[in-house]
Design a protein around this ligand. Structure first.
Ligand SMILES: [Fe+2]
Ligand SMILES: [Fe+2]
Length: 405
């Protein structure tokens, strides 16, 4: 294992003692790896070669300090968004002293603000009173909170995608509870079933939706946004693993061929990769090789989003990106080895936002529960209105008196 330290290793101004503290903390970790360049003196001090158990890293600290910005994307970003302008993505931590901050004008700020915002909720596991999913973590109460959270956002999402395992057992009573909860949602929602749902029960519960196919897998397209939304049903009756059969893949190929230049988001329940979570890999998606062949023939498929694994994972997969969303109720432990067992946790319930920038999606993962403790930065700055204007003006952003913090 190699550990990368990516900035903000210390707090505020660099002092040698700070470097010593950081080093004392990390030298007990086997396989100490590589630190992002934030301060040459600090990093050189830290980068005393250690035995590595992972891939070989560059041996020279100077090598590692060369042009940290060279790996950042550059160039104009957007096409198809409503408003143009510019912003940045940085790398070095803001609290680290040194000249290696490498902010670059790479993101179009107003384009981001002006484009489609999609919320993803997944693995709701709605259950009846007294059911297991109400006792360990109350799945129904969590969905209510998720809806409240979405309603109170300053910017409401344009759409919500619910990516399967919407009920815990697919019983009609559970779909009734799900419908009752979702009827309160004031944002358009598009749903697909997962392995815990029964396809025909799902079809019956949402038969009033215009996108619902009258028979067969729940595959459909939403054309209402600058980005096409393609939902696919990976559920397989009486099985926890999933499939996409030849007919579905042919449907997807034909569907994508009709709009080859329109950016497309594909949403499904089972992610089409081996996640490394050994338990979930046993109930993975069959037919994923066929899906990859189809998707690679249609590079407008900018991202595939999934659920099922109850964890946030991202993976660059051929010509596209796959992300998975944590559950709105319980999460799965990061069990990468059968020796670690297989755990389900009450880690915070979460959802994701996928912001279309005109070039790709930026995915945010967040809990919708209030934090136990929060510090409002505005309360520690004497003139927040001025500070906020200064922040919104963007880089360069000097430390100290010229900056805000
Ligand atoms: Fe699930
Ligand atoms: Fe699932």
């Amino acid at each position: 294992m190699v550990i990368l330290g990516l900035g903000d290793l210390g707090h505020g101004r660099y002092e040698p003692s700070c470097g010593q503290v950081v080093r004392a903390q990390v030298t007990s970790v086997e396989g100490l790896g590589q630190f992002a360049p934030v301060d040459e003196t600090l990093i050189k001090d830290l980068l005393i070669p250690k035995p590595l158990h992972g891939p070989t890293l560059p041996q020279s600290a100077d090598e590692r300090l060369q042009d940290p910005c060279s790996r950042l994307p550059t160039g104009p970003l957007h096409s198809g968004c409503r408003r143009p302008s510019s912003q940045f993505i940085g790398t070095a931590g803001q609290s680290d002293q040194g000249e290696a901050g490498c902010a670059r004008a790479v993101i179009d700020e107003e384009a981001i603000l002006g484009c489609v915002l999609i919320a993803q909720i997944t693995d709701l596991h709605i259950d009846e009173p007294g059911g297991f999913m109400r006792r360990f973590v109350d799945a129904n109460a969590k969905l209510e909170r998720a809806i409240d959270y979405l309603h109170t956002r300053v910017e409401r999402p344009d759409a919500v995608l619910a990516t399967g395992d919407l009920t815990n057992d697919g019983r009609p009573e559970q779909f009734d509870l799900l419908r009752a909860l979702l009827d309160r949602l004031e944002i358009p929602i598009y749903l697909i079933p997962g392995n815990h749902d029964e396809r025909e029960g799902f079809r019956s519960a949402f038969s009033d939706r215009p996108w619902m196919p009258p028979s067969g897998p729940i595959d459909y397209v939403i054309e209402d946004f600058p980005v096409r939304l393609v939902g696919m049903d990976t559920s397989e009756p009486d099985r926890h693993d999933g499939t996409l059969d030849d007919g579905q893949l042919a449907w997807l190929d034909a569907t994508l061929s009709r709009e080859p230049s329109k950016p497309t988001l594909l949403f499904l329940h089972h992610p089409p990769f081996l996640s490394g979570l050994w338990l979930f890999d046993a109930i993975r998606l069959g037919g994923s090789e066929g899906l990859r062949t189809v998707v690679e023939g249609h590079p407008q498929v900018t991202q595939i989003i999934a659920g099922h694994v109850h964890r946030p994972i991202s993976y660059h997969w051929g010509t596209t990106m796959i992300t998975t969303c944590p559950s709105t109720t319980h999460q799965s432990r990061c069990d990468l080895d059968p020796e670690e067992g297989a755990g389900v946790t009450d880690d915070p319930p979460m959802l994701q936002f996928h912001r279309w920038t005109g070039e790709g999606f930026i995915t945010h993962t967040t809990t919708f529960e209030p934090a136990a403790s929060t510090i409002e930065i505005s309360e520690s700055v004497s003139d927040w209105d001025s500070a906020k204007r200064r922040i919104l003006a963007g880089p360069p952003f000097p430390k100290g008196a010229g900056g805000v913090f």
